[in-house]
Design a protein around this ligand. Structure first.
Ligand code: TXA
Ligand code: MG
Length: 337
């Protein structure tokens, strides 16, 4: 299959009509969103959704997020809209927030990975919304990377992973945020954050009160343990390079790595201390770190890095999302200095 790329910032009408044509006929289209690029298919068509799992090499029990462009579309996808979901949607939609609810009969089992719940997000990216509107369908879309790789923040990285596997990539420029949406479930009594993102736990607590943070956000799932979010049990965001996080000051980092053959994954301004370094954002600035992390991981591979030592981000606000992705990309290898 030949993979075509259309730049929607230059060929708006053609991009929309081609994307809508393919999506309506049960095909796959990679689309830009403000978090990361998504690999979209008609969420209500089980056969179309199966193609997503195949193209990504994704385990079939890992459910997908369904993307909508307005509130009216939510009602038909879920059994009931909880009051707290309405409050959250009012404040954070459209935006980098995914909410899980009991699903309606319209959602095929492949879309929800066999679960009785469905994850829904209304993206803010204007091109994503225009594509959803143009095809008139809710779109199931995981991140548009090969399963296990870092999520793509631009059309080139989608092409690197998906060339020959999908017919169309819509290029809408670089993703603004750079890490995937916050995932929160409302399927149980007390809402629980399953994956941190740009909508922070602190912001959510301020709005709706008690919220749990699932144990798998900060720690490795125990062998044989049950994952609240199936995605958490799989290898994730991993470059080919072998990453170890070094927790502690820059001075201790320099001391620990002295004489070793490695690439440093460090903050801007720190690269001068190392022979080989890739940076991911500014120190103590979670927004810029989130924006750079996945690109930095791909750049390490492009540079042929084998052994990587990484600086550890602050673990609050959006920094929790950065840390959550980094510990997975490092296979949970962390050394306290
Ligand atoms: O920002 C994003 O969320 C991007 C863009 C494209 O919207 N999408 C994305 O999708 O990151 P994906 O499939 O890579 O991650 C979805 C995560 C997975 O960890 C999955 O296990 C979890 O959400 N998830 C989806 N539906 C779920 C459900 N019903 N119950 C629990 N976890 C669910
Ligand atoms: Mg993903």
């Amino acid at each position: 299959m030949k993979t075509k790329i259309i730049d929607i910032t230059k060929q708006y009408d053609e991009a929309l009509s081609e994307a809508a044509r393919i999506l309506k006929s049960g095909g796959l289209v990679a689309i830009p969103t403000e978090t990361v690029y998504g690999l979209a298919a008609n969420a209500l068509d089980g056969e179309a959704v199966k193609k997503i799992y195949k193209a990504k090499g994704r385990p079939s029990d890992n459910p997908l997020i369904v993307h909508i462009s307005n509130m009216e579309e939510l009602g038909q996808l879920v059994d009931e809209i909880p009051e707290k979901v309405k409050i959250m949607a009012e404040k954070f939609w459209p935006g980098p927030l995914t909410m899980i609810m009991k699903k309606s009969g319209l959602i095929p089992d492949v879309t929800s990975g066999g679960l009785d719940t469905v994850a829904v997000r209304m993206p803010e990216n204007k091109y994503a919304r225009a594509i959803i509107k143009a095809c008139g369908l809710p779109l199931a879309a995981p991140s548009a990377n090969l399963s296990g790789s870092p999520s793509p923040t631009n059309a080139k990285y989608v092409y690197d992973d998906m060339n020959g596997r999908i017919p169309l990539i819509i290029d809408g420029g670089r993703s603004k945020i750079g890490v995937e949406s916050t995932v929160i479930t409302f399927a149980d009594e007390i809402p629980a954050v399953l994956r941190p993102g740009a909508v922070t736990v602190e912001e959510i607590r301020n709005l709706i009160g008690e919220v749990r943070v699932d144990g798998a956000v900060l720690h490795k799932l125990k062998e044989g343990g049950k994952a609240s979010s199936p995605g958490m049990k799989y290898k994730h965001y991993a470059p080919r390079a072998d990453i170890t996080i070094l927790k502690g000051s820059l001075e201790k980092f320099i001391e620990y790595t002295k004489g070793k053959d490695f690439f440093a994954l460090v903050f801007e301004g720190e690269e001068m201390y190392f022979e080989n370094a890739v940076t991911y954002g500014k120190p103590l600035d979670g927004v810029s770190e989130a924006n750079r992390l996945f690109d930095a991981l791909r750049e390490l591979d492009e540079k042929g890095a084998k052994k990587v030592y990484a600086r550890c981000p602050e673990i609050s606000g959006i920094g929790l999302a950065v840390y959550n992705r980094l510990i997975r990309s490092a296979g949970f290898k962390i050394i306290e200095l």
